[in-house]
Design a binder for this molecule. Structure first.
Ligand code: MSP
Length: 519
């Protein structure tokens, strides 16, 4: 039987900006899903990439004094570099300026046109280049100087009048509502789902899907005056990457519909309203889920270039460590909520949960095995009720984690792992294996066996979140690299007695304030 498939995507990032914490965050969440599913035996496709067309990018290229293609070639690379730096495990990186994508978007356009879903007209209304979005008067706020901004994003809008093709979005209201109804988990979290439903219930207007006043985009087939609206172009990346327009064979047949499109809350409407409508109108299946995560603030302040408080993920990692940052971002707030990044919160988690809870557990136990069991994993005797209690918690963990991960509840998954870490630490204190060394060495061995097995399980299930550190820990446990998937959880694959250890090394350093050092 072939493995079940899992297709997860990040938004494709606008290349006008330098990569920042928001980009790292969205892709991190997808990376954890992809790694988790691979370890769980799924055939995974994990896609990320860059969104390179549209007025915003064209303007940025002009400002940089280069032509848009040269500009996007250069800045797209920054996003690839960030992905490598963050140890993201994407299988494909798509750029909307690639030929495979042009073919795909033009084909989708032709299908929509043939189905009577696109018609020619002219647009007169408000447009925000920063959001690459059209707004109705009621979505705007008029400022004292007469300019208008979009209430939702604060982006300035300008009046646009030009010939345009329209997508008949207004005809999709009932079918979209029926889709949300039949697929209650299509939009998560639930609060966001409710927002989308009330937006759609409020009525949908036809959507302008082409522009004539600038050139940087995919040409509308057989009509050189128009280029496609950048969101129609961008959203289509998700099917381009699985080989669309080929739908019968190959990756489309294998992976589509996508399991999760991960997006920030600001771009939910495009993914949960426009995208399923485009797809259904072209006779294609809609994705299974769109998850909208929240936004980060910095020490309580909204992040913005003008405030100069943009968080650079590279600097963050250089200060605190890669896996520490990965852990923090997914642990600090329930996924879906907004979160605040602060130095003190970061250090508290780094020193408390990572160094003290997990790091010390591993270090204490492995050092005792190394010192007191001839540097080798001990054999166990009969288990007591307390041994069994910890082992059962450890063995049952994966099923609990699957449930959380399938709802993108990362902080809940981490909390479940920490419940077991804390139980293991309490067990060490209570069993006091150091005291058993003289009084009952056989019992000491059983205790250290139970703990080592617990650590093996914890290390395996924590790999998606902290891959490098868990690799080091599994190396120290002498777990062979091909015995690290979830198929090797459980007592049948337990550590073998007699396998020799190296001298244990700490895995989670404490954060030491450089200024405190000088004091
Ligand atoms: N190009 C579009 C997406 C097209 S997908 C078919 C786009 N690009 S973006 O570069 O602006 O995307 C940024 C992503 O980062 C979004 O998911 C957004 O929510 C996220 N973030 C930007 N700032 C953020 C924070 N301060 N915090 C968390 N995420 C934020 O939109």
């Amino acid at each position: 039987m072939s493995a079940p498939t899992y297709y997860v995507t990040t938004p494709i990032y606008y290349v006008n900006d330098a990569p920042h914490i928001g980009h790292a965050y969205t892709t991190l969440a997808c990376d954890v899903l992809a790694r988790f599913k691979r370890l769980d035996g799924f055939d995974v496709k994990f896609l990320t990439g860059t969104d390179e067309h549209g007025q915003k990018v064209e303007k940025s290229a002009q400002a940089a004094g280069t032509d848009p293609q040269a500009f996007t070639d250069r800045v797209s690379q920054n996003f690839r570099d960030l992905a490598d730096f963050m140890n993201f495990s994407h299988d494909d990186f798509i750029r909307t300026t690639e030929q495979r994508h042009k073919i795909s978007v033009q084909d989708l356009w032709k299908k929509l046109l043939a189905a009577g879903e696109i018609y020619e007209g002219s647009y007169a209304g408000w447009y925000a280049t920063r959001d690459e979005a059209f707004y109705t008067e009621s979505e705007l706020e008029k400022k004292p100087d007469g300019t208008r901004i979009a209430k939702a994003s604060g982006a300035e809008v300008e009046w646009v009048e030009e010939p345009s093709f329209f997508f008949k979005l207004s005809a999709w209201q009932d079918r979209l509502l029926a889709y949300y109804d039949a697929n209650p988990d299509f939009i998560l979290p639930k609060t966001r789902r409710n927002e989308v439903i009330s937006f759609v219930k409020g009525g949908l207007q036809d959507l302008s899907v082409s522009r004539t006043t600038f050139k940087w985009g995919v040409p509308v087939p057989d009509n050189d005056d128009h280029i496609m609206y950048v969101w129609l172009d961008a959203l289509t990346n998700y099917i381009t990457a699985v080989g669309y327009p080929e739908t019968e064979n190959g990756e489309y047949a294998t992976y589509w519909p996508a399991d999760v499109h991960m997006v920030g809350k600001d771009i939910l409407r495009f993914h949960a309203v426009y995208w399923p409508a485009f797809l259904m109108a072209a006779g294609l299946e809609a994705p299974k889920r769109v998850f909208a995560h929240g936004w980060w603030t910095n020490e309580g302040q909204k992040i913005s270039k003008s405030l100069g408080n943009v968080i650079d993920p590279i600097q963050l990692v250089e200060t605190y460590g890669l896996d520490q940052v990965r852990y923090f971002l997914l642990r600090e707030v329930p996924f879906g909520n907004d979160g605040d990044f602060s130095h003190s919160a970061m250090v508290n988690r780094m020193n408390g949960e990572l160094a003290n809870d997990f790091g010390n557990l591993a270090q204490r136990v492995l050092s005792m095995v190394f010192k007191n069991c001839d540097k080798a994993f001990p054999a166990h005797g009969e288990f007591t009720a307390e041994d069994n209690e910890l082992l059962e918690a450890v063995h049952g963990l994966i099923d609990d984690l699957r449930a959380s991960i399938d709802l993108q509840a990362f902080n809940e998954a981490l909390e479940k792992i920490w419940v077991v870490i804390r139980a293991a630490n309490a067990y060490v204190d209570h069993q006091a294996p150091w005291a058993l060394r003289k009084t009952d060495p056989d019992r000491m061995k059983t205790v250290l066996y139970v703990l080592s097995e617990s650590i093996r399980h914890l290390a395996i299930v924590a790999q998606p979140f902290m891959p490098q550190t868990m690799e080091k820990l599994l190396d120290q446990l002498k777990v062979s690299p091909n015995h690290r998937t979830f198929a090797f959880l459980g007592p049948e694959h337990a550590l073998e007695a007699g396998v020799e250890l190296d001298k244990p090394q700490g895995i989670f350093p404490r954060f030491v304030d450089p200024e405190a050092d000088n004091a």
